[in-house]
Design a protein around this ligand. Structure first.
Ligand code: NAD
Length: 365
C-alpha cells in the first residue's frame, strides 16, 4: 500500500528505493540508501552512458535507461541495462527524483499516475510536492504525505539552524547573506571564474523557501556568487527574543544537535579549504560534510544580537534529509529524531540522541 511500509507475514521488509537521476545528488542518495538497515536500492537511471553510469555499474547498481536514452548506446559501451524508468518504478516502493531543475516537475505526473510516493529536490518549485521537507524542521507534518520536496542545500542549512534557535530563545528577526559557490567540483561549464556576482533580486529566493518549512519566520536573505566550488558560507544575524546570558549556551546548543559540526579554535580551521580537507580525512560518503559547519569562534552574542557563520557542503547536505524523507512518506519512523538517528548511524555521522551527544570525542591535543 503506498504511503506505508510494506510488510510480509507480519514482518517489516526493507523498502525498495528507486533513484531517478544519478548526478551529484542522486549518486550520493543511492549510496546512502544502500547503507540503511530498512532500505534497499532497486536501481538508478541514466539518460546516456557516462563515467557515472560506469561507476554505478561497477558498484553493482541496476541501471535503467531514462528520458530519450537508448539501451543500445549503453550496451555498445559495455554497460548492462535492466530496463527503462517505468520498469524501475514498477520494482520500487518509493522514488527519489534527483534529476536537474524542473525535470522533476515533468516526472511528477508519471509518479502520481503509478501511485508511487516521490521525493523531489530543491531545484523544483515548492508546489511540485505536497510539502517541503526538513528533517529537523517539520518531519511530523510530512509523515504519510505522498510526495515531498527536500529543500535546497542553502535552505536545508538555514532550516536546521532555525530548529536549534527558535525553540530555545525565539527569533525576532533573521538576516542572512549567502556567499554561494559558483559550481560543483565536477562542473566545467559554470562560473564565474573570476568575479563576485551579487543577486540583484531582493530578497533572494532562499528566505521565502525557508518559509515553506517555517511559515512565520521573519527572515530576509541576500546572496552573491563567488569563484569557489567547495562550499557555501552564510553570514547570519539573528535577533533573539529571549537571548541566553552566555554565548557558550548557543555553542552548546548547536554542538549537541545532530547534523551540526563545530570546529574549535585549536583545530585551526580558517575556512572552507580546511573544512573539506577534514571531510577528506574523515572519509564519510564521497568525502562529504553532511552537517552544517560552524566555527565556535564564529559565533558572537551581544545582548539579543546573535551573529554566526555557517558553511554548507552543497553536494551532500541534503543526502541525509532525502533518507529521512523516504521514512516520512512511508511511515517508517515514529518521529524525526528517530529517523535522524537511524540515518546518521548508518551513514557513519556522529549520533546525537535526545539524551545527549554520542559522537566521536573531540579533545584538544
Ligand atoms: P546533476 O546535473 O548533477 O544530476 C542530474 C542527473 O540527472 C544527471 O546525471 C542528468 O544526466 C540526469 N538526467 C537528466 N535528465 C534526466 C531524466 N529525464 N531522467 C533521469 N535522469 C535525468 O544535478 P544535481 O546537482 O544532482 O541536482 C539535482 C537536483 O538536486 C536539482 O533539483 C538541484 O537543484 C538539487 N540540488 C542540487 C545541489 C547541488 O549543489 N548540486 C544541492 C542541493 C539540491
Amino acid at each position: 500500500m503506498p504511503g506505508s511500509a510494506p510488510r510480509r507475514r507480519g514482518r517489516a521488509m526493507k523498502v525498495r528505493v528507486a533513484v531517478n537521476g544519478y548526478g551529484t545528488i542522486g549518486k550520493r542518495v543511492a549510496d546512502a540508501v544502500t547503507k540503511q538497515p530498512d532500505m534497499v536500492l532497486v536501481g538508478i537511471s541514466k539518460t546516456r552512458p557516462s563515467f557515472e553510469a560506469r561507476s554505478a555499474a561497477e558498484k553493482g547498481y541496476a541501471l535503467f535507461v531514462a528520458g530519450e536514452g537508448r539501451a543500445a548506446d549503453f550496451e555498445a559501451a559495455g554497460l548492462k541495462v535492466a530496463g527503462t524508468v517505468p520498469d524501475l518504478l514498477a520494482r520500487a516502493d518509493v522514488v527519489v527524483d534527483a534529476t536537474p531543475d524542473r525535470v522533476g516537475s515533468e516526472n511528477r505526473a508519471i509518479y502520481s499516475k503509478r501511485g508511487i510516493p516521490a521525493i523531489f529536490q530543491g531545484g523544483e518549485r515548492a508546489d511540485v510536492a505536497e510539502a517541503s521537507f526538513s528533517a529537523l524542521g517539520n518531519y511530523a507534518a510530512c509523515r504519510g504525505k505522498k510526495s515531498l520536496r527536500v529543500v535546497s542545500c542553502n535552505t536545508t542549512g538555514i532550516a536546521r539552524a532555525v530548529s536549534v534557535l527558535e525553540p530555545r530563545w525565539g527569533i525576532e528577526s533573521w538576516e542572512a547573506t549567502l556567499v554561494r559557490r559558483a559550481a560543483d567540483p565536477a562542473e566545467s561549464k559554470r562560473g564565474p571564474l573570476n568575479g563576485i556576482v551579487p543577486a540583484f533580486h531582493l530578497p533572494s529566493h532562499h528566505g521565502p523557501d525557508v518559509r515553506t518549512i517555517y511559515p512565520d519566520l521573519p527572515i530576509v536573505t541576500t546572496a552573491l556568487v563567488v569563484p569557489t566550488t567547495l562550499m557555501h558560507v552564510h553570514a547570519n544575524h539573528v535577533r533573539l527574543k529571549k537571548p541566553p546570558k552566555e554565548v557558550s549556551e548557543v555553542v552548546r546548543a548547536f554542538g549537541e544537535t545532530s547534523r551540526f559540526h563545530l570546529f574549535a579554535p585549536w583545530e585551526h580551521v580558517d575556512g572552507t579549504p580546511q573544512v573539506m580537507e577534514y571531510a577528506r580525512d574523515r572519509g564519510i560518503g564521497f568525502n562529504d560534510m553532511m552537517e552544517n559547519v560552524l566555527w565556535e569562534e564564529g559565533i558572537h552574542l551581544d545582548g539579543g544580537e546573535l551573529h554566526f557563520f555557517q558553511a554548507i557542503h552543497q553536494e551532500s547536505i541534503v543526502v541525509p534529509e532525502n533518507i529521512d524523507a523516504i521514512r516520512a512518506v512511508l511511515n517508517l519512523a515514529p518521529d524525526g529524531p528517530s529517523s535522524v538517528e537511524v540515518t546518521d548511524r548508518a551513514l557513519g555521522l556522529p549520533v546525537r540522541t535526545r539524551s545527549g551527544p554520542r559522537g566521536p570525542a573531540r579533545k584538544p591535543p
